[in-house]
Write a protein that binds this ligand. Structure first.
Ligand code: TYM
Length: 327
């Protein structure tokens, strides 16, 4: 089984990334041939600081290693190091209906948020993502819920390519976790937790104990004082219950029962303590890796070599099918 996923380098990895996708990476590296990339080209659709961008890209690899991604079990690489991604994106562009891209939720949201920079890359973002996935003839893509629409497009493009040029791609499956595929913001619990928002709206996997306690104390809860799971009426507390349940491996009804009639404060305190305990190993590993930059760069270089070999051979086949003149 071939598995591929990616994460953008900008911003810190947070518990939404971890619960929705990161834990799946760690799981899937034991189940099949996992390709995991830092999607630096995708991040360029928002203007980046060229002085710090490379460092952020390296940093994202550090965070992935810190949560347990094991380079001995998977292929960890940087998207821009494998030029075939951009090349396949171009070919897929030529079979992508513009209307499909214009209706993408993320495109609509991001073009509202970045009115001053609605660039062609922002619209084309899902095609590059389809290229990332199809380039490796991927079977399975573990992601959070916000990526499902992009994966539908990927399947549409796979089918269209196959019907135009002959069977080449299988249709990759979207893998969502049952609980935690959409962790919400701590400050605006009707919105998803996002690394590009106010840092107080998320818990980063590298946050220290004080920061975690402060952010959980500040997390928006709802009127009333019952620790009860009801996402429509109590989105704040429901989100915190989901987070607690996923980190503690306890069922939500058991948590509701334990904190019944006690108000929010003891529950929030317990959640903060739990997060401090569970994130501490990641934090420690991350600090250790920070001192081993050469080692991390070597991992990325080896990942690039392996990814390139497969990407180049698949792209050659794709170009031939399309009818491009062989070199
Ligand atoms: P990115 O960097 O926004 O997020 C990385 C992964 O984390 C998931 N995620 C969440 N899951 C649950 N709750 C949340 N609040 C939350 N926020 C983020 C995302 O769904 C994602 O799985 N376009 C992708 C990167 C990408 C990619 C790919 C992914 C590029 N090419 C090919 C899969 C396959 C992105 O921006 O993820």
């Amino acid at each position: 089984m071939r598995i591929l996923s990616g994460i953008q380098p900008t911003g810190k990895m947070h518990i939404g990334n971890l619960l929705g996708a990161g834990n799946q990476y760690v799981d899937y590296q034991n189940k099949g041939d996992l390709f995991l990339m830092v999607a630096d080209l995708h991040a360029l659709t928002v203007l980046q600081n060229p002085k710090t961008f490379a460092e952020e890209t390296l940093n994202k690899a550090l965070e992935l290693l810190a949560i347990g991604v094991d380079p001995a079990k998977c292929t960890l690489f940087v998207q821009s190091h494998v030029k075939e991604h951009s090349e396949l994106a171009w070919i897929l562009n030529t079979i992508t209906p513009l209307g499909e891209l214009e209706r993408m939720t993320q495109y609509k949201d991001k073009s509202k948020k970045h009115r001053e920079n609605i660039n062609a890359g922002l619209l084309d973002y899902p095609v590059l993502m389809a290229a990332d996935i199809l380039l490796y003839k991927t079977d399975v893509v573990p992601v959070g819920q916000d990526q499902t629409q992009h994966l539908e497009l990927t399947r549409t493009l796979a089918k269209k390519f196959n019907s135009l040029y002959g069977q080449t791609f299988s249709e990759p499956k979207t893998m969502l976790v049952k609980e935690g595929a959409k962790i919400m913001s701590l400050l605006e619990p009707k919105k998803k937790m996002s690394k590009s928002d106010n840092p107080d709206s998320y818990i980063a996997i590298t946050d220290d104990a004080e920061t975690i306690k402060r952010k959980i104390a500040k997390a928006v809860t709802d009127t009333g004082k019952d620790v009860k799971f009801d996402p429509a009426k109590k989105p704040g507390i429901s989100n915190l219950l989901t987070i607690h349940s996923l980190f503690s491996n306890q069922k939500i009804p058991a948590l509701e029962k334990r904190y019944k009639g006690k108000g929010y404060a003891p529950f929030k305190k317990a959640l903060a303590t739990l997060l401090v305990e569970k994130l501490e190993p990641f934090h420690r590993k991350y600090e250790e890796l920070k001192r081993r930059e050469v080692y991390v760069k070597t991992i990325l270089s080896q990942g690039k070599e392996r990814a390139r070999t497969i990407a180049a051979s698949n792209l050659e086949e794709i170009k031939e099918k399309v009818g491009l003149l062989p070199e």
